[in-house]
Design a protein around this ligand. Structure first.
Ligand SMILES: [Zn+2]
Ligand SMILES: [Zn+2]
Ligand SMILES: [Zn+2]
Length: 339
C-alpha cells in the first residue's frame, strides 16, 4: 500500500509509493554543453562584470583583477534593486510593491567547467565562507527581510550561466515557503519548548534508516516526508538559527559533507544530476509587532538539496500533494552505501 506522510515543517502531505524507483529508472539529461568563449565570469575578464562587492583572493592582488578564488558581483540583470522605496499599496483588490532588494552572483571558481563536487574541499570552504560573509553583510540592511542563497546546477530557469555560480537574492518580504517553515517551527516551539529541527535530528539519529552521512558537526539525511525523490538535507548538530554564525571548524566539516553528498549523487546516478540547493537561515530580525521573540531558540539553519529528476504532474501542481517515486529510506540507502 502507498503511504501518506505529513511534512512536520510545511504541514503538507506527500504520498510515498510502495514500489520505489531505482536510480537507473530516472532519465538524466544527456550531454550539457558548456561554452567558455563568451563567459564574462571566467578569470581574466573581471572588467566585463559589474565591479565586485567582495572576493576571497590571493594576497597582493587587487579587486577586479584576477587572483581571486571566489567573487561576489551584482547581478547583470537584477530581479531586485537596492535603490528606491517599497511603495506598498493596494490596487483594487490586490497588493503590490516595488521589487526592492539585492541580487548578487556568487562566482564559485575562476575555472569555467569545474563541477561543485570536483572543485576540492579547500575551494568549497571558500564558497561557504563567501555565503557567510554576504549574508552577514546584508543582514545589516533592515529593509531586507530575507536573504536566500541558492544554486541550480546543470539546470537554470532564469538565466543560463554555464560557469559555476550561486545566486543571492535578498527580498523585502519573507517568501512563502520560508514563512511556512518559520510558522510551523514556532508553533512546535510554543507547544513543546523545543526546536523542531533539533528534535528531527535526534529522531533521525535514533531511527538511522534515512541517514546518508554523519560527521562530528553535521547530519546529512533524506527527510521523512521529502518533497522530491532523493531530496537530502544537511543540518548542523549545534543548534543555531543564523547560518552566518557558523564556526570555522563547521565550515570545513560542511565543505566535506556537501562535497561527499554531491559525489554520492553522481555515483548513484552514474552521471551528472541536475540539482538545486538552497540555504535556509533565519530572517532579518526587524523589531516589529508580533515579532517572534523566541526565533533564536525555535529555528535552526539547514541546507536543502533537491535533485531535479522529475516533472510534477497536474495532480501535484493542482493539489500541492507531492508523489515520492522513491521512498526516503530507499534513497538514503542508495546514497549511504555508494562509495
Ligand atoms: Zn566562465
Ligand atoms: Zn535546533
Ligand atoms: Zn528549509
Amino acid at each position: 500500500m502507498h503511504e501518506l506522510r505529513k511534512d512536520i515543517l510545511l504541514g503538507r502531505w506527500v504520498e510515498v509509493l510502495s514500489e520505489s524507483k531505482e536510480p537507473s529508472e530516472y532519465g538524466l539529461p544527456s550531454d550539457i554543453g558548456t561554452s567558455e568563449k563568451n563567459c564574462a565570469l571566467c578569470a581574466g575578464r573581471e572588467t566585463e562584470t559589474p565591479p565586485e562587492i567582495t572576493s576571497i583572493r590571493r594576497q597582493g592582488t587587487l579587486p577586479n583583477t584576477s587572483g581571486w578564488w571566489v567573487r561576489a558581483i551584482p547581478s547583470f540583470d537584477p530581479l531586485f534593486k537596492v535603490e528606491g522605496n517599497l511603495d506598498r499599496r493596494g490596487v483594487g483588490l490586490y497588493d503590490r510593491m516595488n521589487s526592492i532588494g539585492a541580487n548578487e552572483i556568487l562566482i564559485e571558481s575562476p575555472e569555467h567547467a569545474v563541477r561543485p563536487e570536483d572543485m576540492g574541499i579547500e575551494q568549497m570552504v571558500r564558497v561557504i565562507r563567501l555565503y557567510r560573509d554576504r549574508i552577514a553583510d546584508l543582514n545589516r540592511d533592515f529593509r531586507l527581510r530575507y536573504i536566500l542563497i541558492s544554486k541550480n546546477s546543470l539546470f537554470d530557469s532564469l538565466r543560463t550561466f554555464s560557469h559555476p555560480v550561486s545566486s543571492l537574492v535578498a527580498t523585502p518580504v519573507i517568501p512563502k515557503k520560508i514563512k511556512d517553515e518559520l510558522e510551523n517551527a514556532k508553533q512546535y516551539y510554543d507547544y513543546k519548548e523545543r526546536c523542531v529541527f533539533c528534535d528531527i535530528l535526534r529522531e533521525e539519529l535514533k531511527v538511522g534508516d534515512r541517514i546518508i552521512l554523519e560527521t562530528r558537526n553535521f547530519l546529512c539525511f533524506c527527510p521523512y516526508a521529502s518533497s522530491f525523490p532523493f531530496e537530502a538535507w544537511i543540518i548542523p548538530k549545534r543548534h543555531n538559527c543564523d547560518f552566518q554564525e557558523i564556526y570555522q571548524e563547521e565550515i570545513e566539516d560542511m565543505g566535506f559533507v556537501f562535497m561527499s553528498m554531491l559525489k554520492k549523487l553522481r555515483a548513484v546516478f552514474k552521471g551528472e544530476v541536475p540539482l538545486s540547493y538552497f540555504l535556509h537561515t533565519a530572517p532579518n530580525r526587524v523589531p516589529r509587532r508580533n515579532h517572534w521573540h523566541t526565533l533564536g531558540d525555535g529555528y535552526h539553519w539547514h541546507l536543502e538539496i533537491i535533485p531535479r529528476l522529475i516533472m510534477r504532474s497536474g495532480f501535484e501542481l493542482g493539489s500541492g500533494l507531492f508523489i515520492l517515486t522513491t521512498s526516503p529510506e530507499k534513497a538514503a540507502k542508495f546514497l549511504r552505501e555508494v562509495g
